[in-house]
Design a protein around this ligand. Structure first.
Ligand code: MCA
Ligand code: AMP
Length: 495
């Protein structure tokens, strides 16, 4: 029995989802998901962990499909609505998805998949009103696959079971004191943990209301806040930065109205990337809130958080969440002594089951049962502080995790590019922006051509924003590209 869905019976008349200006109750959600589950089952008694991909905007439909897949015993594979065809196809191929549920808006994007892959087409408007029996799904079943980029190879599918997701929800619901009176705005993409678990699933677990805004727009967000229904907000630092900049441009009376509405919030959380202290301070000035910064990862949900009650220390990620055990380890995987830096390693029921069909990658991401995050931190005076990552090839931009190596691989396919190096360049708005240094075979108009050539090969958030043409990349004595030096060159060229 999936507890998250089972819980809904205690809240049937409450508003679960607000989307496209309509309210949907928990009963609506149970009814709609039962109908979709029936269509997915197509006469069978259990999907038995079939992978069901789906692509719809953040909405009541999204949640109904997600719950339907779970209720029918399948594995939910949420697709990114901003991905170009090649990225969508990669996920379909890698998961060997049996079916794809999609709304009209994405019909043109996904249509070629049905010819290219062995994939059943389930348009959302083909769902009928019929319902039937649903299987009893145990909590140790695989529930969801979310794609994440790493330092080796193509993106990997992170598989979480229902138990993993429940542990991730429970630690947040208790630590941040969620209640059924809460009403949260969800403006984050729903193919990542931040939007799916921290916001959507915690709200539904609690009998609270999750309101969707399909496209981030600072004024739309403030307009919603000023209705004074929403009392909880969670976002990536880039979004707080964008909201702040928008607020600064408004006339004083509008600033005052927004600030007054913000002050009434119960909680505001930042995560997915480091929160600059300057953003924390300016947001405190605007809203009266000290943002609660927390730390997590697709493979484990949230692991470390500043306290809900108690000191929220700027520049720090806080303490281990309920049920999560943390150690800081050196390169030999030995725990370091207090006040020494090392890799964050994590144990707990929240940790994912496996990388989809990648047993070697799964094995190498654990040591003695500890999950190796690749993030470097230090414990100081009772609070953890992130110092960096153990790989320069992982970039965080706008809260998205991006592999420099994947972008380089795409760039190298361009006929005019002999070699290239991609790095993250520190940026106050995006955390990092992507910089690409190119060694060209011929350099007439290449950058402008390249930009349009890249458009259907990478999603917008993975596009390089800075380019540099070099005769050769900086290298060490072994001939290996020194990314730190390349980063330094980009930063210096900006000064
Ligand atoms: C878009 N633009 C960018 C970037 N992305 N410029 C530089 N760097 C970028 N990364 C530019 C576009 O080219 C465009 O420029 C303009 O910004 C608007 O683009 P658009 O795609 O419309 O952007 P947006 O909708 O405003 O998106 C900004 C965003 C988005 C809302 C901050 O990036 C976002 O939703 N980020 C959240 C990702 C997330 O949920 N991560 C959680 C992962 P022009 O106008 O010139 O064309 S889960 C995780 O990390 C763990 C578990 C955790 O701890 O939470
Ligand atoms: P993802 O793989 O998209 O789930 O991103 C997880 C990564 O985001 C972590 O490994 C960290 O590098 C980064 N991250 C998440 N929260 C924070 C934070 N509060 N401060 C710094 N980095 C963070």
């Amino acid at each position: 029995m999936i507890t998250l869905i089972n819980n809904a019976a205690s809240h049937i008349d409450r508003v679960a989802i607000k989307s496209n200006r309509k309210n949907y109750s928990y009963l609506d959600l149970l009814d709609a998901s039962a109908k979709i589950a029936h269509t997915l089952l197509a006469g069978r008694s259990d999907l038995n962990e079939e992978r069901i991909a789906f692509i719809v905007d953040p909405s009541f439909d999204y949640v109904s499909i997600q719950w339907a897949i779970w209720r029918a015993g399948g594995i939910a594979v949420p697709l990114c609505v901003k991905h170009p065809y090649t990225s969508v196809k990669y996920v379909i191929d890698d998961t060997q998805a049996e079916s794809l549920v999609y709304s009209k808006k994405y019909a043109d994007l996904v249509e070629p998949l049905f010819a290219a892959c062995h994939l059943k087409s389930i348009p959302l408007d083909s769902i009928t009103d019929k319902t039937g029996g649903l299987p009893d799904v145990s909590m140790d079943r695989r529930a969801m696959i979310i794609y994440t980029s790493g330092t080796t190879g193509a993106p990997k599918g992170v598989v979480s079971t229902h138990s993993n997701i429940e542990a991730q929800i429970l630690s947040l619901v208790t630590s941040w004191e969620w209640s059924k009176e809460d009403h949260i705005l969800n403006i984050l993409p729903l193919h990542h943990v931040h939007g799916i678990v921290n916001i959507l699933s915690c709200a539904l677990w609690s009998g609270a209301c999750c309101e969707f805004l399909v496209k981030f727009d600072a004024q739309d967000v403030f307009d919603l806040f000023c209705k004074k229904e929403i009392n909880l907000f969670m976002a990536v630092p880039t979004i707080y930065y964008k909201l702040m900049n928008h607020w600064k441009e408004l006339p004083t009376h509008e600033q005052q109205t927004i600030s007054a509405a913000l002050k009434e919030f119960r909680l505001m959380v930042s995560g997915s990337a480091a929160l600059p202290i300057s953003t924390l301070e300016q947001w405190r000035h605007i809203s009266g809130h000290t943002l609660l910064e927390r730390y997590g990862m697709t493979e484990m949900g949230m692991a470390i958080s500043n306290p809900y009650n108690g000191e929220r220390r700027p520049g720090h990620i806080g303490q281990p969440l309920n049920g999560v055990t943390i150690r800081i380890a050196d390169e030999q995987n030995n725990e370091v002594s207090k006040d020494q830096s090392g890799e964050i390693q994590v144990k707990g029921p929240n940790i994912f089951k496996e990388y989809w069909q990648k047993p070697e990658a799964t094995k190498s991401s654990f040591v003695d049962g500890w999950f190796k995050t690749g993030d470097i931190a230090i414990l100081h005076d009772g609070y953890y502080r992130i110092l960096g990552r153990n790989s320069v090839d992982i970039i965080k931009s706008g809260g998205y995790k991006i592999s420099a190596l994947e972008i380089e691989e795409v760039l190298r396919k361009h006929p005019d590019i002999k070699d290239c190096g991609v790095v993250g360049i520190p940026d106050p708005e995006w955390g990092e922006i992507i910089g690409a240094s190119l060694i060209l075979i011929k350099d007439n108009d290449t950058i402008e051509n390249l930009k349009s050539w890249l458009k259907d090969k990478l999603p917008s958030y993975q596009l390089p924003r800075r380019y540099m043409i070099q005769d050769d990349l900086p290298r060490n004595v072994m001939g290996k590209v020194t990314k730190k030096e390349l980063q330094r060159i980009f930063v210096a060229s900006d000064a």
